[in-house]
Design a protein around this ligand. Structure first.
Ligand SMILES: Nc1ncnc2c1ncn2[C@@H]1O[C@H](COP(=O)(O)OP(=O)(O)O)[C@@H](O)[C@H]1O
Ligand SMILES: [Mg+2]
Length: 345
């Protein structure tokens, strides 16, 4: 029994003022109090134990959380590193996409330069002959004829200059294409730009694959005035859409469907305050599963080496940067149309 209660019990037993009955009642009450006290002590002890275990558990949990926090931190660092690496790779790939599209262009460029070169060669030869004639006429003293020949030579030299400049422009354009675009906007004749890239793409493919052939249809809206755009960037978009279209019709042609005639149509249109550039083909179309992903970077259905999967994703970024949008209409087995809309102001 509790020592204080024990003391009270002793005092109680010694007391002469209490009746025996009172003593019995008081002793019973004391014993009950002692039992309650013991129970309370026991409970208290148990609570203490629980408290101690809880404290230990809490400490363990805190330690575990700290571990987890560290692990997350490590993962974050690793992720950041991968992200940096990915960004670097992406920049490299964008550059290689540019180089690949430049590769697609080279044959076309060679073809395009051949024309002005032929002019320059022919006209310079003719001019030389004309000047020899002129020397004769000078000796003959026929000044009227000398005059006429001089006029012809002047005209020829103008033509030589014109075609020389054209070749110069083509080479400059090619160099610009391979350089990082400044994204700087300038007033550009969309019809001329689209036509130029269309021809480069077409002749480029023809030069690479002699069997390649497709009907080309163009509709240029003459009411379109100059548009303020980054010409290299929009040129790259057009080039990619056209190359994709040619690829699609060429693929369909390989399946040798009876009476299939590959055809690519390029159109410009003024619609309200927007300029549209449409590139359509009668290829195999894009299945729904593929369509969801075509604008994702690195998505391609082409064999390795033939596609980077960056064309449409870059195109999307370029068009968005111009405040425009790019849409696709496609029907399986019938063909695809990509529609670019650019604001006129
Ligand atoms: N005109 C089209 N007809 C059919 N599929 C197309 C057409 N244009 C794009 N695609 C699909 O979209 C994918 C992504 O195109 P793109 O981003 O230009 O990359 P890449 O040409 O390198 O594959 C292509 O691989 C192809 O599956
Ligand atoms: Mg492409």
């Amino acid at each position: 029994m509790n020592q204080h209660l024990n003391y009270i019990l002793d005092q109680l037993n010694l007391s002469s003022q209490l009746s025996d009955e009172d003593k019995i009642n008081l002793v019973t009450a004391l014993k009950k109090a002692d039992r309650d006290l013991t129970i309370s002590e026991f409970k208290l002890e148990r609570t203490e134990k629980v408290k101690r275990t809880t404290a230990i558990l809490l400490e363990e949990t805190i330690e575990e959380l700290e571990h987890k926090r560290k692990a997350i931190e490590d993962t974050n660092n690793a992720l950041q590193q991968s992200l940096d690496e990915l960004k670097a790779t992406q920049a490299q790939l964008i550059q290689s996409e540019k180089m690949a599209s430049l590769g697609e262009l080279t044959a076309g460029i060679a073809h395009e330069i051949q024309n002005p070169l032929n002019f320059v060669n022919n006209f310079s030869e003719v001019s030389k002959e004309l000047l020899e004639e002129m020397l004769e006429e000078i000796q003959n003293g026929d000044m009227e004829e000398v005059n006429a020949i001089a006029q012809d030579v002047i005209q020829n030299l103008e033509k030589i200059n014109h075609h020389g400049k054209r070749a110069d422009g083509i080479v400059k354009g090619m160099l610009q294409h391979s350089r990082t675009s400044s994204g700087e906007k300038e007033d550009t004749d969309i019809n001329v730009l689209v036509d130029e890239y269309l021809r480069l793409a077409y002749h480029g493919l023809r030069a690479k694959d002699k069997s390649f052939n497709a009907a080309l249809e163009t509709h240029f809206d003459d009411s379109i005035k100059q548009l303020n755009i980054a010409p290299q960037d929009i040129g790259r978009v057009v080039l990619n859409l056209i190359t994709n279209a040619f690829y699609a019709v060429n693929e369909k042609k390989k399946s040798q469907i009876e009476g299939y005639e590959p055809k690519v149509t390029v159109e410009t249109k003024k619609v309200k305050n927007k300029i549209q550039i449409l590139v359509s083909d009668n290829g195999n179309g894009i299945p729904k599963k593929v369509l969801e992903k075509v604008f994702q970077p690195f998505f391609t259905t082409k064999p390795t080496g033939q596609g980077t999967g960056l064309g449409l994703s870059l195109s999307y970024d370029i068009i968005k940067a111009h405040g425009g949008d790019i849409k696709v209409n496609t029907k399986e087995n019938e063909g695809t149309a990509f529609i670019i809309s650019l604001p006129t102001n």
